[in-house]
Design a protein around this ligand. Sequence first.
Ligand SMILES: [Zn+2]
Length: 308
Amino acid sequence: MDNINKFKKPTNINLVFGFIITISIIIIVIIWYGLSNFKNTASEISNLSSKIIVLENKLASTTEDLNTNIQKSNATLSDTLKQNVGNIEQKLGAYSQEVGSYTDTVTTLQKLSKTDPQLLVKYSKVFFLNENYAPARLTEIPNEYKYSDSKVLKLNTQVWPYVKKMIDDAKKAGINIYAFSAYRSFNEQQALKGQYSVTYGAGSANSFSADQGYSEHQLGTTLDFMTQGLNGNLDGFENTKAYQWLSDNAFRYGFIMSYPKNNKFYVFEPWHWRFVGVELAIDLHNKKINFYDMDQRAIDEYLVSIFD
Ligand SMILES: [Zn+2]
């Protein structure tokens, strides 16, 4: 029995030892295999990581390039747009200026087409207004503005407001001014000239009002004024306050004295006032020029603004 046990014991130990060795070898193999696999995986991960980093870098630099390009493009685009907008604005400015000047021209032409071209014409002993001429519209002057109630006086409708304002303002200043004569038709003028000729003889009649005021009264823009204290006699008008007031103020209402004292062409008529528009009347007053001394072409420049 002991022998058997003695024999069997070493056998068991050997078996156990062998088993342990085998297991150990297996474990070592497994560990080695695992380690080498792990090593491979780790290196693969490391490779991948570095690839990712490279890609990320590339992406970052590409993004940066892209951003720079976008910024550049934006700047270029914005510059181009600005330039284009600037060009368009400049063109629009030029167009609107052109349109503006066309509009001005059209307005001027429209105004001129509605303005009677005769209103600023210089008439002389040899150049008369056509006998068929009559103002487009006439307004009857109210009694309170006339020297005589019995006489009907008419005036160019567009001129009447200027006269009314002038007479009203003179009255406020304590000066009485009345309309004594206004529009006279060709036939009325002929009759008046006849009277003068009968009274003074044809030679002297030709040298005064019947001739020189002839066309201006036919225009309907011209009046002879009267004031109190003269018994309806125009001859003393020169020495009245009314004449003084008109000399100082009539230009503000667009009126000029057609035949002032010492003028080169005609007999002095202090009562005879013609409407030429405020602008021209002021210029004549300031420059101390007589209407009949002015060049007709220079006068015509004022036609467009005669009723401004
Ligand atoms: Zn007159």
